[in-house]
Design a protein around this ligand. Structure first.
Ligand code: C5P
Length: 400
């Protein structure tokens, strides 16, 4: 199994009202397996207590340039050594101006100037400050210097106004930072993913569907994007937001999904079929709502195409990955399914533990045997699955 080494960042918190969101950001980054060293400016300490960040990151918080706890009293050099990035969130207009000028009059600005790693900045300020030509100039300067700018977003502001300048939500910043740091094991690969349930119409208001939430497929899409892939996500009806950067195609029935896949499969290097596709559709769906009556009602069902098996049987198929949700005898059914569908990799889980849940436990079946991915959040499991797909895809590509 491909292991990814633990990433670590300095999280710089400056004195904007959005500093409270940095606490949530610390948690989200930690949840994504990223080690966080928090550095606060003096002004930020007036907004959120350092103890909050210390508790969430598990590390002492630094503010002072000459903090004696740092090795050789050199906090301004030591704290960013070996880090994968410095993330400043929130970054006030004042701090952005300092970065643009290369000023270094406190620990955080000095760390930014003395760094060897990439710098990621999430601005947060009042809309007039954001629109001011001075800020515009400073942001352009930072972009030219190779600094990554995340946001800001438009929306309600602490001052009561509405406009551009609001810091992105912690979850979005964490997602972008995680993607930035992820190994680019699928760089440039075109990945087609199906996700979610399908819905087969019975009449104007009813249908046959299943309890798939789409969470696993969306997590795979996000992990593939993080790994540098170009992702098309063909999704059945879900309430989830598509991961930023994915091209999303919404479908309803299994046959819609099949058509959407057929249209795009020739341009795919990898096909990951996570969708819980309905095995049957209703032979003659009714236009009007079926009325209740005392008589027996029979639904005539016809089989749906097996999308994955069809893709895998193409003359030059993409690298195909199937999913199998079983209720018992996982290994036996999964191995039989892998052979029947002729796919090189099949990810199997127990339906009762996986469907709709936030966590999952997968067993991967390939030519080398079975590999267990221990229970974790679907996003963590998806990253491990993508790492495994990237490894097998690379091996398969070198044999072609
Ligand atoms: O045979 P079963 O439905 O359990 O197979 C599951 C795998 O096949 C999943 O990867 C699923 O997305 C795919 N599948 C499909 N088209 C179908 C049924 C399943 O692509 N009609």
């Amino acid at each position: 199994m491909a292991e990814t080494s633990r990433k670590s960042v300095v999280l710089g918190v400056t004195g904007g009202i959005a500093a409270y969101k940095a606490a949530e950001l610390t948690r989200e980054l930690a949840r994504n397996g990223i080690e966080v060293q928090v550095v606060m400016t003096e002004a930020a300490r007036g907004l959120v207590a350092p103890a909050t960040f210390q508790a969430l990151s598990g590390k002492p918080v630094y503010t002072d340039l000459w903090d004696a706890r740092a090795a050789d009293n050199m906090a301004h050099i030591e704290l960013s050594r070996g880090k994968d990035a410095i993330v400043v969130a929130p970054a006030t207009a004042d701090f952005i101006a300092k970065l643009a000028q290369g000023l270094a009059d406190d620990l955080l600005s000095t760390l930014c100037l003395a760094r060897e790693c990439p710098l990621i900045v999430a601005p947060a300020m009042n809309r007039q400050m954001w629109d001011n030509p001075a800020t515009r100039r400073n942001i352009e300067r930072l972009l030219r210097d190779g600094v990554a700018i995340l946001g800001p977003a438009s929306g309600d502001q602490a001052c009561g106004e509405v406009g551009m300048g609001r810091m992105l939500e912690a979850r979005d910043i964490a997602e972008a930072v995680t993607a930035f740091l992820a190994p680019k094991s699928l760089r440039g690969a075109r990945v087609l993913i199906t996700a979610g349930p399908t819905f087969e119409t019975i009449d104007a208001v009813r249908g046959i569907t299943n309890r798939s939430s789409g969470k696993m497929g969306y997590a795979v899409a996000r992990a593939a994007l993080e790994a540098g892939a170009r992702v098309t996500l063909i999704s059945g009806p879900t309430s989830l937001a598509a991961p930023a950067g994915a091209q999303r195609v919404d479908v309803v029935s299994a046959r819609d999904m099949f058509e959407a896949v057929k249209k795009r499969v020739a341009d795919a290097d990898i096909f990951v079929s996570v969708a819980a596709v309905s095995d049957y559709h209703v032979a003659s769906p009714q236009r009007q709502k079926i009325k209740r009556s005392a008589r027996r009602l029979r639904l005539d069902l016809l089989p749906n195409p097996d999308i994955l098996a069809w893709v895998a049987a193409r003359p030059r198929p993409p690298f195909c990955v199937g999913f199998a949700a079983e209720t018992e005898n996982l290994r036996k059914h999964a191995e039989a399914k892998r052979r029947a569908k002729k796919v090189p990799l099949l990810a199997a889980n127990l339906a009762q533990q996986a469907i709709g849940a936030d966590d999952n436990e997968l067993t991967l079946f390939d030519d080398a045997g079975a590999h267990k991915l221990p229970r974790a959040s679907k996003q963590v499991v998806a990253r491990q699955l993508v790492a495994h797909i990237a490894k097998l895809f690379k091996e398969a590509s070198s044999k072609r």
